[in-house]
Design a protein around this ligand. Structure first.
Ligand SMILES: Cc1cc2nc3c(=O)[nH]c(=O)nc-3n(C[C@H](O)[C@H](O)[C@H](O)COP(=O)(O)OP(=O)(O)OC[C@H]3O[C@@H](n4cnc5c(N)ncnc54)[C@H](O)[C@@H]3O)c2cc1C
Ligand code: FES
Length: 280
């Protein structure tokens, strides 16, 4: 069991959860994730480590999109387990000395800003200032604006023009693309695909963070497999970051949708269960 110190709504469908876990923090390098279970019989949810503090609290931001994240949003005092840090750290953070004189742009979509924040913060502490393009459907879905503005020069893009540039992150990126040596993009798979299509045309090396369905998170089950450069990779141990120009996004999108019907059914069952016992 792990103590939950905060689990609050920060936008229409996103939550910030803070959990006591000093061990995860000790070994964490940005880019890594953890697997959280709300209850002993819950599904395992992979979530990126977004932040931590001196009191040993790990912070995660999650979007409620299905049964497991809905169940997590109802948790008040304790979660069943938190495992991590898992996956490989961000290659730029790990080898930051190779990037001291490089211009790096981070392109985030929606809740993808949660994995972007710790990387940009880490690099800033090492003397590398990165820029961020952050997009969402509308201004109410933009998260942690104060925190990212404190560490970076941020350009916003919203589909409806309610904040920043009217358009998507590719519209914003295409205006400045020639200024950068590297791009890192994190968000919905379809967004990362379009960013990579654009950066490929400009020969801008691009790293993506894949978010496939995961089960064990340790390379045993194969659930998180992705095709990269024609080879099968497991996002949980070989990633989650990959060279975006080598990822087969179409197969990744297909795999994310294979359990759609089952997920819908599970969501309905979870809603009923939570109505009956408030999820605790
Ligand atoms: C390494 C990694 C890090 C992640 N970090 C974060 C994070 O920091 N914050 C966050 O909100 N989410 C993150 N995710 C995604 C998160 O794990 C899923 O949203 C969650 O598992 C969905 O569970 P669910 O049961 O609520 O929804 P499900 O019932 O599993 O899915 C509901 C709907 O969402 C779609 N879906 C399921 N999984 C994903 C996915 N990974 N990406 C896009 N669509 C999906 C399904 O196709 C379905 O339509 C991460 C995933 C990975 C692999
Ligand atoms: S989640 Fe099982 S192999 Fe990656």
């Amino acid at each position: 069991m792990r103590k939950v110190v905060i689990n609050e709504k920060i936008s229409d469908n996103s939550y910030l959860i803070g959990i006591e876990d000093k061990d995860i923090i000790k070994n964490f390098i940005p880019g890594q994730f953890c697997i959280i279970m709300a209850r002993d019989n819950s599904e395992r949810i992979p979530l990126t480590i977004y932040d931590y503090d001196d009191n040993g609290i790990v912070y995660l931001i999650y979007q409620v999109i299905g049964a497991s994240t809905l169940e997590l949003s109802m948790v008040k005092d304790y979660i069943y387990s938190l495992s991590g840090p898992l996956g490989r750290p961000s290659e730029i953070c790990l080898n930051y000395k190779d990037y001291l004189d490089k211009k790096i742009i981070y392109v985030a979509g929606g809740v993808g800003i949660a994995p972007v924040y710790p990387q940009v913060k880490y690099l800033k502490d090492k003397g590398i200032s990165c820029d961020i393009i952050y997009g969402a459907r509308n201004k109410d879905l933009l998260l942690i604006k104060d925190k990212i503005e404190a560490i970076s020069n941020v350009t916003y893009a919203t589909d409806d023009g309610s904040f920043g540039i009217k358009g998507n992150v590719c519209d914003a990126l295409s205006q400045v693309i020639n200024q950068y040596d590297y791009c890192v993009t994190i968000g919905p798979v379809i967004m990362m695909k379009f960013v990579c299509d654009l950066t490929k045309k400009h020969s801008l090396k691009t790293i993506v963070s894949m978010n496939p369905i995961m089960v064990d998170g340790s390379g045993m089950c194969g659930a998180c497999r992705c095709m990269v450069d024609g080879k099968m990779k497991f996002a949980c141990i070989d990633g989650p970051e990959f060279d975006g120009h080598l990822v087969d996004f179409d197969s990744a999108i297909k795999r994310l949708n294979i359990y759609k019907e089952e997920e819908k059914e599970k969501m309905n069952l979870m809603k009923k269960k939570l109505e009956n016992n408030d999820g605790r």
